[in-house]
Design a protein. Structure first.
Length: 254
């Protein structure tokens, strides 16, 4: 099987400080790859490298056998890579559906963004809006589709952000701490949602998450970073059995 995502010897430096050092790993199609490590380990830096927010100092990143190492960030979503953020980035003054539609900007005619914000000519977006409502229904959000995003519960906002990523038609979905700020019950529910949308939308998932029980439950493979260096890479069982990883990151997780 050819990996969908191939990270090879990636290094990133900021003012002489090495944020990532020779990181390599693969993510196979249809799998969930968990990425763990303490604060400052380089997880979000790696996410930003893959999504082209940060330039790579050395090494290469390939997606679907295409070198995307130097590709402009605005081209990434069109290739089928979408991501969510640690902190929800929704517009409170827009409806839930309008927020989701913003994730489809690359699929629509020029002027769509102006239309959403009340400027410019009307653009026919009926098909995309129907897709947005279908996705919201799949995520249990049909009842709030026409509500303003502002003031909705945090767990609901997390799902709206997921819907916004899904409408871009990704092949690789990058989730940056999706369980952050959720209750235990919401975390369990989110785990089931991620597994379901992975199957339903035929996704490959790269997941950064501090909630170890969740990550170990749903991941097919786990990559561990420490101080910008990969220190482990394998199945959840392999990673749990690594004494250095268990002592440093997993504690008493069983």
């Amino acid at each position: 099987m050819t990996a969908l995502l191939q990270v090879r010897n990636v290094g990133i430096e900021f003012g002489g400080v090495r944020a990532l050092q020779d990181v390599s790993f693969d993510v196979d199609p249809g799998t969930i790859c968990g990425l763990i490590g303490p604060n400052g380990a380089g997880k979000t830096t790696l996410f930003n490298a893959i999504s082209r927010v940060y330039a790579v100092s050395r090494g290469t990143i390939h997606f679907d056998n295409r070198d995307i190492t130097a590709l402009p960030a605005d081209r990434i979503i069109g290739l089928g890579i979408a991501r969510t953020l640690q902190n929800v980035g929704l517009f409170g003054a827009l409806s839930v559906t309008e927020n989701v539609l913003l994730g489809a900007h690359h699929r629509l005619k020029p002027g769509f963004i102006n239309t959403i914000f009340g400027r410019g000519a009307v653009v026919d977006i009926a098909q995309i809006e129907a897709e947005a409502r279908d996705i919201l229904r799949d995520l249990g959000l049909a009842g709030v589709a026409d509500h303003l995003a502002g003031g909705l519960p945090f767990g609901t906002l997390k799902r709206i952000e997921l819907a916004r990523a899904l409408i871009s038609l990704p092949r690789l979905l990058m989730l940056d701490e999706p369980a952050n700020g959720l209750s235990h019950g919401e975390v369990d529910e989110l785990s089931d949602v991620i597994l379901r949308v992975r199957r339903q939308y035929k996704l490959t998932v790269l997941l950064v998450e501090h909630h170890m029980r969740m990550l170990m439950r749903i991941s097919d493979r786990v990559v561990v970073l420490e101080n910008g260096i990969k220190i482990a890479d394998g199945t959840p069982q392999d990673v749990k059995a690594d004494p250095n990883v268990a002592a440093a990151y997993l504690g008493a997780v069983t």
